[in-house]
Design a protein around this ligand. Sequence first.
Ligand SMILES: [Zn+2]
Ligand SMILES: [Zn+2]
Length: 116
Amino acid sequence: MSTRKEMIVCPRCGGHGTITNPNIYPIGGGFTQSEWNEMDSEFQDMYMDGAYDVRCPDCKGRNVIEVDVRTTCVVCGEDIPADKQSRHEIYCSNACADKDYNDCYDIQRAEREMGC
Ligand SMILES: [Zn+2]
Ligand SMILES: [Zn+2]
């Protein structure tokens, strides 16, 4: 199997290199407008200045992360066409994807028959 490295914009911080401290701003959470209005202005200023930001744990502040992109098919070992290569693609074609799926199914069935 072979892979190549590819740099992608860090999905966690969106390429900022920092995220707002999860203790203050939970992932997917945040302030409602009325909660925000209740904060004292000192907190608001610091928040807006990024005082509560922490370095992004995924990219370590580099804004990008390195991912492995597979270049060969897991089933037949042929090269995956360049325009199909992505970090999610592991087959060169739908036919190989189907074959792999059926092979897994066969293995599961064989295991069941053996009493596993
Ligand atoms: Zn990041
Ligand atoms: Zn293949």
